[in-house]
Design a protein around this ligand. Structure first.
Ligand code: NAD
Length: 329
């Protein structure tokens, strides 16, 4: 269970791309806590300097400011690295619908550059962020790898293309790649700001500021909200996975299902607020329900998530309450 007891040889070095972002900065923190070396790479397009500065005094941490759209930067970043955890990308389904060309550049070309740099540098394992959005309009629950529907956004397409390249790089070049299809991740350091912010940090921020949040649709949509600790576990376990498990993508979630309207009530209660939400139109590219079958990741990556939604949401709320004075909330 968990990842605290996973062992790598002393001096093992990880590269985390997107290290100034939500998931990337949490991966950096966890690897440093375990005592290994980490290089971070980020261009601060959606990530923050605070997420880098927090660790910069640690002698095991090194940071490169750079763009994954540039192959030379990716090559330099991969020098001396054992494992790559590729998180850099632009997220958000609705934003990708506004700017498909940009998503192609960053998410497809950038990730391909990183895979190529990993191959040329003889990296042991290339673990990369995919997304539950690859299931598109497939209506059956739980979502199972191999049963995908029609894609609903350029973002989903970029992740699907990443996965196809991942398969090819394992098959053609022997680079062990592992795609992690994250399902609605939440937790500390997730940005609550901006039009495309994820729903949990956005609602927490609005409630703390006594503003009524807007629920898109009727609030009866459900998601497999996944606490950040489970995502860290999946990344580190993928680094330990067999060659047989490479060239595939895995659902990374808790395996539960929460309704948005219920989450709203949980947040109101925990924050001591009695605020009625507004209801807005459904978002383009969104699906009504999502929940994951995580048996493949359990079997082939030994993934065994410890953090239920109920446990994670308490930790997340506490973090936002404590960080109120230091983050832009
Ligand atoms: P985030 O926006 O907080 O982090 C992404 C980081 O990548 C940012 O720090 C950003 O500055 C950096 N970045 C973007 N373009 C870059 C470029 N061209 N070069 C270098 N760095 C660049 O997002 P996150 O939530 O931490 O997501 C991390 C990964 O997980 C992404 O690939 C995302 O698509 C994927 N994902 C996230 C979720 C979720 O619920 N958060 C769900 C599914 C998939």
């Amino acid at each position: 269970m968990g990842y605290e007891n996973i062992k790598f040889p002393e001096g093992t070095k990880f590269l985390v791309t997107g290290s100034a972002g939500f998931i990337g900065s949490n991966l950096v923190e966890a690897i440093l806590k375990l005592g290994y070396q980490v290089k971070g790479l980020d261009n601060f397009s959606t990530g923050t300097k605070e997420n880098v500065e927090e660790f910069i005094d640690n002698p095991n941490y090194e940071f490169i400011e750079g763009d994954i759209r540039d192959l030379e930067t990716c090559m330099k970043a991969c020098e001396g690295i054992d494992y790559v955890l590729n998180q850099a990308a632009w997220g958000s389904v609705p934003r990708s619908i506004e700017m498909p060309l940009f998503y192609e550049e960053v998410n497809i070309k950038g990730t391909l550059n990183m895979m190529e740099a990993a191959r040329q540098n003889g990296i042991k394992k290339f673990v990369y962020a995919s997304s539950s959005s690859v299931y598109g309009d497939e209506p059956n629950l739980p979502k199972q790898e191999g049963r995908e529907g029609n894609l609903l956004s350029p973002y989903a397409l970029t992740k699907m293309v990443n996965e196809e390249y991942g398969k090819l790089y394992t098959k053609l070049y022997g680079l062990d790649t592992y795609g992690l299809r994250y399902f609605n991740v939440f937790g500390r350091r997730q940005d609550p700001n901006g039009a495309y912010a994820a729903v949990i940090p956005k609602f927490i921020k609005q409630l703390l500021n006594d503003e009524p949040p807007t629920i898109n649709g009727d609030g009866k949509q459900s998601r497999d909200f996944t606490y950040i600790e489970n995502v860290i576990e999946a990344n580190l376990k993928a680094c330990k996975a067999s060659h047989k498990a490479a060239g595939q993508a895995y659902n990374i979630a808790y395996g539960g299902r929460e309704y948005l309207i219920d989450i709203y009530d949980v947040l109101c209660k925990a924050l001591g607020k009695d605020i009625k939400p507004n209801f807005g139109p459904e978002r383009k590219g969104d699906i009504k329900h999502s929940n994951a079958d995580i048996s493949n990741a359990k079997e082939l990556l030994s993934y065994d998530p410890e953090w239920s939604f109920d446990r994670g949401i308490v930790a997340a709320i506490n973090w936002y309450k404590e960080s109120l004075s230091t983050i832009k909330i």
